[in-house]
Design a protein around this ligand. Structure first.
Ligand SMILES: [Fe+2]
Length: 302
């Protein structure tokens, strides 16, 4: 069996507003427009992804918070209605998705062997979180690939950012090892936003873009610093600085998704491609791609 590889990694944030503005048939609310820069960024990511041969999307989502250990979707098929708890007026999405349970179990086993607390989620009635659904939908709206869903363990919240970082680095390494041994070609998605201080009131028309803007200059400066490190291949420095970013910009990177992704990609030193940056209710969101092949780096290793 050929060695598997990570063929692409992406920061793929999950504001429900982006799905709302796209008007896919699965979502009940209808929009006129909105957040075009970010949606066109996702289009550019999809165009690049269409040139890739891949088997599975592996997504790490902030909104499947698990208090004890790292959990993995472990049922072959899920379908239900996903309603955003904050924005039920924007996101009532009828999802149907397939899971690559074999690969999920392989990552679970690698993570467990590395000393992490792990669990396979076997409840067939489990409602998949909206962070997983939105990142996967915006990356692959055809839903024609199975996914592996990984929970966000709360070590950052219950212990410290440093403990959380160590957990996510180990989880990323385990993910990479499992993909390589599986023989599969995987796309990895980190579902978090960047800066995450947001508005407390919604405009009457949610897609009225006269209300949308960066919340705070300090938050914006932090987002630009993070994107600059990505664009210059300084991902080890970025991981080192993430605890400060998390604290000072209230970043959703506190969910660990970005650290997991950069660890799984083995800390790329080639430039990331930033497809878009924009605000959603004031939070900073970027769609960023790491393509090991375009950098001439098979599987991300120099
Ligand atoms: Fe979120």
């Amino acid at each position: 069996m050929a060695r598997g590889e990570i063929v692409l990694g992406a920061l793929a944030p999950h504001p429900p507003h982006l799905v709302y503005a796209e008007n896919p048939p699965q979502n009940e609310p209808r929009a006129e427009c909105g957040w075009e820069e970010l949606r066109w960024g996702y289009e550019r990511l999809r165009r690049n992804l269409a040139k890739k041969d891949y088997d599975v999307l592996i997504v790490h989502s902030p909104h499947w918070r698990t208090h004890v250990g790292h959990h993995f979707l472990g049922v072959p098929h899920f379908e239900s209605l996903s309603v955003d708890p904050i924005f039920p007026n924007l996101f009532r999405f009828h999802y149907t998705l397939d899971v690559d349970v074999g690969l999920a179990e392989a990552i679970h086993d690698e993570a467990k062997a590395a000393g992490l607390v792990t669990k396979m989620m076997r409840n067939p009635n489990f409602r998949v979180d909206y962070g997983t659904i939105i990142s996967c939908h915006l990356t692959n709206p055809a839903w024609d690939k199975p996914i592996v869903g990984i929970s966000s363990n709360g070590a950052f919240f219950y212990y410290s950012d440093e403990v959380g970082q160590a957990e996510m680095i180990a989880l990323g390494q385990a993910t990479r090892r499992a993909v390589e041994r599986s023989g599969k070609r995987a796309v990895l998605l980190a579902s978090n936003s960047l800066s995450h201080r947001h508005f407390t009131e919604e405009p009457e028309v949610p897609e009225d873009m006269t209300h949308e803007h960066v919340y705070h200059h300090g938050q914006y400066l932090w987002d630009m610093r993070v994107l600059d490190l990505m664009r210059n291949g300084k991902t080890r420095q970025l991981v080192d600085e993430l605890p400060d970013f998390i604290e000072q910009a209230v970043s959703e990177a506190k969910a660990g998704c970005l650290t997991w992704l950069l660890s799984a990609l083995d800390y790329p030193e080639y430039p990331a491609e930033v497809h878009a940056y924009g605000s959603v209710i004031g939070t900073g969101n970027a769609i960023v791609e790491w393509d090991p092949a375009s950098a001439g780096v098979a599987g991300g290793r120099a």
